[in-house]
Design a protein around this ligand. Structure first.
Ligand code: CO8
Length: 262
């Protein structure tokens, strides 16, 4: 299926989704969410893909938020459903069996920050700007940002950002722990690809197990999380790649992972 509001590229076990409404700084409208939802299903069901990268088309924005022109025409009930739709689609990113990396190449405001926060980690260009400025519109974040930001940076910093609507630059985002790495704008995608390729070179079962355990463990208490780790560890040992990885170490050679899932 071809998309109009996003671009989906799949190459060398890596899927890249570009938010693609450059004229509106890639703002998120209903049509974009519908397409993103379909693309994420395709990625989830394609066992050949090991990593997803999310980024923005053009050189100015990752995503400048929900589409305000569309938002302004909604009734409160439509707003509620739009908020739920965005939450569901972003939760789908989080629930993917593979890692998702956000390559934030410019403005990541409102829904843009919320999209990036739903990824497993974020690399940002020096030009990146993060923020939840909804308060300046008389609104609040509605795509999971109040929850994910507070969990990531702590209650106090999240509240300050949400209450003031102030934006932060890439350096501040790094200090807050929102961003793992800051890159030159010209080499951002190269750096993200390097990391994505490294991840994609690992044993597929182990990679999926690691994502599942960290993600599911975070939503529970430590003891339950450790039990999830026990079970998934045992299952991971049954994979061909686990046999290959451990044998290769003992035989002092590089492992050759087949990536066989079952
Ligand atoms: N929605 C729609 N259009 C947008 C948006 C947006 N969020 N952001 C920018 N655009 C459009 C502009 O209207 C402009 O269009 P045009 O050329 O036709 O006038 C074009 O993109 C370029 O934008 P600017 O001329 O404003 O570019 P600047 O470089 O001057 O400024 C900014 C860039 C600072 C990013 C500025 O565009 C801006 O402040 N944008 C809005 C940022 C914002 O407030 N984001 C939060 C939106 S609300 C949200 O995300 C809520 C999520 C939860 C919703 C829950 C469901 C109900």
């Amino acid at each position: 299926m071809s998309f109009e509001n996003i671009i989906l590229e799949i190459k060398n076990h890596i899927a890249t989704i570009y938010f693609n409404r450059p004229k509106a700084l890639n703002a998120l409208n209903n049509a974009l969410f519908d397409e993103l939802d379909i693309a994420l299903d395709q990625i989830r069901d394609n066992t050949d893909i090991s990593v997803l990268i999310l980024t923005g088309a053009g050189d100015k924005a990752f995503v400048a938020g929900a589409d305000i022109a569309e938002l302004v025409k909604m009734t409160p009930l439509q707003g509620k459903y739009f908020s739920r739709k965005g939450q569901k689609v972003f939760s789908k990113i989080e629930a993917l069996p593979i890692p998702a990396i956000a390559a934030v190449n410019g403005f990541a405001l409102g829904g843009g920050s919320e999209a990036a926060l739903a990824c497993d980690f974020i690399y940002a260009s020096q030009k990146a700007i993060f923020g939840l400025p909804e308060i300046n519109l008389g609104l609040i974040p509605g795509f999971g940002g109040t929850q994910r930001l507070a969990r990531l940076v702590g209650e106090n910093r999240a509240k300050e950002m949400i209450f003031t609507g102030k934006t932060i630059n890439a350096q501040q985002a790094l200090e807050y722990g929102i961003v793992n790495k800051i890159c030159d704008p010209d080499t951002l995608m190269e750096e993200v690809m390097k990391t994505a390729n490294l991840i994609a070179s690992k044993g597929k079962v182990a990679l999926r197990s690691a994502k599942e355990v960290v993600q599911n463990g975070l939503n529970t208490d430590l003891e339950t999380g450790c039990r999830i780790e026990n079970d998934v560890f045992g299952l991971t040992m049954a994979s061909e790649d686990a046999k290959e990885g451990t044998s290769a170490f003992l035989e002092k050679r590089k492992p050759v992972f087949t990536g066989k899932l079952y």
